[in-house]
Ligand binder design. Structure first.
Ligand code: ADP
Ligand code: MG
Length: 702
């Protein structure tokens, strides 16, 4: 019978003939303990031995492979006791020096006269062309034309050949591997068989074969993950223990009627989808995506107020204190004047109560909150992770909104949900995230996209000011706009990840600007270190138009909302990521007037060109999200926690967009045909590699 992957996960590598105690240590250092770890330790790249270069033709900085004979070997010790082995290799065209650090055994591996294949990057060291720590292949050692190069191996005292040998032994002993993918999908997707894929990814016949092998195994990783997510989604939908909220009541109606604008079509559709979820018997698990300025807050608040209306409480959780405070201010402004029935005293209506809880909340205030939460007087609680702490208990938590920017994991979402009796959950992202990333990180949620901006917005003109003269242009526009009665923001350089240092930099910048470029204008200062009262005061002054230019740190990233502001100047723009720049730019262009965003940066690395170039080219957050993914890769987008959880060793959001979508489609087809996957025991078995027992029980309970 074909062997299952989960079997390989319980066989220690020490069972392999080639693994003695020393090799076992080396493998353990690389995180390889089981045969499964070993065979899924994939080559980082391949060297095609037919693509050889002559030493004389090598160019500095380029990677190349050369074949030659060792003519000289020298072993030295540095003063700090490190061993350096130097070999000179000749290939008929020129000599090449190779230097190996801390690898004394190299002297024995390649004595004078040995024929070697070297793979490495040519560098210039003290005027001499050389390679440091190249990969060394002994000619005759191997017959394959394509040589796999394994990550980390040499550091752990194992050569890439050692690993290749061990993998070959492991695969030979494993024999035929069970294939979880039904044949019809294999044909339809045109992917290779699994046994073949494992053999070829480690020892490919050709570069083409390695690509096909990678595709198959990457697909498998994605399929496992998608099946787990889709099972989870379906299990949540079956879960009939949610609250049936009463929707369409007078409080929400009054809230909408009191807004100074009409809801967009997209907002109405989102509200309708959410209302249907809230009214239904199953807890809601929905992701709300929308571009900056699309009006997510109103939608989120509609959900929270629906809960409040029925005598429940709402919670809004943000990833940082600053964001929580911004949300708090924003929400409080929006619900200003709304009243709710006072259940506690039955003496009529009282003002709706919104509170905030962060790590900065004082003990006295916390105590007051605790009571308010328990007797139900706190209707909506805004806060950070602090909401998850043990002392926080709600009387009747009905709706939870999580504004996350991909910072909360599934576990934390679950923890917040646990604060109530299966409350409805709405997850919101501050800026769009790429479609493929959404499928991976939020694949267990329903998706609503606010695909329409409120009417009357004029796109922001974005200028990348790269020279002092162009920068001068930015300040000129600021002065002109202020002269015309408009306002501006200046975002100070991101110095370090310390709010204290940020604050100091912002203060200095304010002084510099008021003495020089913006002399005579009324400047205000906003940063995270200011006491809440002062922050509110300066924001209020800015809103009233008593401050012309707000000099700020990224505190203003979210929530700040002044339609009269028409210029955003971002200093050292290259220090910010795309999502942050887009979010900052979203602070202007909120009214009907023309507005500008100046990105100040003299940096000109290719990466900065791409990033700032994209900002200039488009204001579409969904498009920018894709650029961001291409530039930064999934690690940055998903955060390490989610990446670790997802066990993706080969698959990459960046390279495999198509494959992610296909895996998701196949996962839906499989699960919806066969909700407990009874007909797919191999696949079910592989899920155990990904989810723990408790989760598995949840996924498969019908
Ligand atoms: P985001 O989706 O970025 O969180 P916000 O919820 O902060 O967007 O809303 C952006 C701005 O648009 C706010 O000033 C909000 O009051 C305003 N807004 C929201 N919905 C509408 C609408 N339907 N018409 C006009 N303005 C709206
Ligand atoms: Mg917002």
């Amino acid at each position: 019978m074909a062997r299952r992957l989960s079997r390989l996960a319980v066989i220690p590598v020490t069972e392999l003939a080639g693994v003695g105690p020393k090799a076992a240590d080396g493998l353990a250092e690389m995180g390889i303990e089981t045969v499964l770890d070993l065979v899924t330790h994939y080559p980082r790249r391949y060297v095609d031995r037919t693509q050889q270069a002559r030493i004389r033709d090598l160019t500095v900085g380029a990677e190349a492979m050369v074949l030659g004979t060792v003519r000289k070997v020298e072993v030295r010790k540095t003063r700090s006791g490190r061993t350096i082995v130097q070999i000179d290799v000749f290939d008929g065209s020129a000599y090449l020096r190779c230097t190996f650090f801390n690898q004394p055994w190299r002297a024995r591996q390649v004595p004078v006269g040995t024929e070697v294949v070297l793979f490495g990057k040519l560098e210039l060291y003290r005027e001499r062309r050389q390679m440091s720590n190249p990969v060394v292949d002994l000619v005759g050692d191997r017959t394959g034309r394509i040589v796999p190069i394994y990550p980390q191996s040499e550091k752990a005292g194992l050569t890439t050949w050692d690993l290749g040998r061990l993998v070959a032994e492991a695969l030979a002993r494993a024999g035929e591997l069970a294939d979880p993918l039904p044949a019809r999908f294999r044909d339809e997707l045109d992917v290779a068989g699994r046994t073949w894929a494992f053999a070829e990814i480690h020892a490919p016949e050709s570069m083409g074969a390695s690509v096909a092998a990678r595709k198959r195994l990457a697909f498998d990783e994605l399929l496992r993950l998608q099946v787990a997510l889709v099972l989870r989604k379906r299990a949540l939908e079956r879960d009939a223990t949610g609250i049936r909220h009463r929707v369409g009541g007078p409080l929400v109606e009054r809230f909408h009627a009191g807004l100074p604008f009409a809801l967009t079509g997209a907002q109405q559709r989102a509200n309708a989808a959410i209302a249907a979820d809230l009214a239904g018997p199953h807890p809601m698990h929905r992701l709300l995506q929308g571009d900056v300025g699309a009006g997510k807050t109103v939608v989120a608040l509609t959900a929270l107020l629906t809960a409040v209306e029925g005598g429940y409480q709402g919670a809004l959780m943000a990833p940082t204190e600053v964001l929580a405070e911004q949300h708090f201010l924003g929400v409080r402004a929006l619900v200003d004047g709304l009243e709710v029935a006072d259940d506690a005293t039955l003496t009529g209506d009282r003002p709706l109560r919104v509170d905030i809880l962060t790590n900065r909340t004082t003990a006295t205030e916390r105590e007051r909150l605790r009571t308010g939460l328990l007797d139900g007087r706190v209707d909506v609680l805004v806060g950070t992770h602090a909401l998850l702490t043990e002392g926080v208990a709600f009387r009747r938590l009905g709706v939870v909104v999580i504004d996350e920017q991909h910072r909360f994991g599934v576990e934390q979402r679950a923890a917040l949900r646990g604060k109530g009796d299966d409350p409805d959950v709405l997850v919101m992202t501050a800026t769009p995230i790429p479609r493929t990333a959404a499928m991976l990180v939020y694949g267990d949620l329903d998706l609503t996209v606010l695909d329409e901006l409120p009417p009357g917005r004029t796109p922001v003109t974005t200028v990348w000011a790269r020279t002092p003269m162009e920068e001068e242009g930015a300040w000129t526009v600021v002065r002109e706009q202020v002269g015309a009665g408009r306002q501006a923001y200046v975002v100070c350089p991101l110095v370090e990840d310390s709010e204290k240092i940020q604050a100091r930099a912002a203060t200095a910048e304010l002084e510099r600007l008021s003495a020089e470029r913006l002399a005579g204008l009324r400047l205000g200062l906003l940063h995270g270190q200011l006491p809440a009262k002062e922050k509110e005061a300066v924001m209020a002054a800015f809103r009233r138009g008593e401050v012309d230019v707000l000099v700020a740190t990224t505190v203003i990233e979210v929530g700040v909302d002044v339609a009269n502001a028409t210029v955003m100047v971002i200093e050292d723009a290259d220090r910010f990521g795309i999502a942050q720049l887009h979010q900052l730019r979203g602070r202007v262009g909120r009214g009907a007037d023309a507005s500008w965003c100046y990105l100040l940066s003299e940096s000109a690395t290719p990466e900065v060109e791409e990033r700032l170039g994209a900002m200039v080219r488009t204001t579409d957050g969904f498009e920018l999200a894709e650029v961001d993914l291409d530039l930064r890769g999934e690690g940055a987008i998903l955060g390490t926690r989610q990446k670790g959880r997802s066990d993706l060793k080969l698959a990459s959001l960046r390279r495999d967009k198509q494959l992610v979508a296909e895996a998701r489609r196949v996962a839906f087809a499989l699960v919806d045909d066969d909700p407990t996957l009874a007909l797919h025991p191999i696949l079910t078995d592989e899920l155990t590699l990904l989810v723990d027992d408790a989760e598995a029980e949840f996924l498969f309970k019908s």
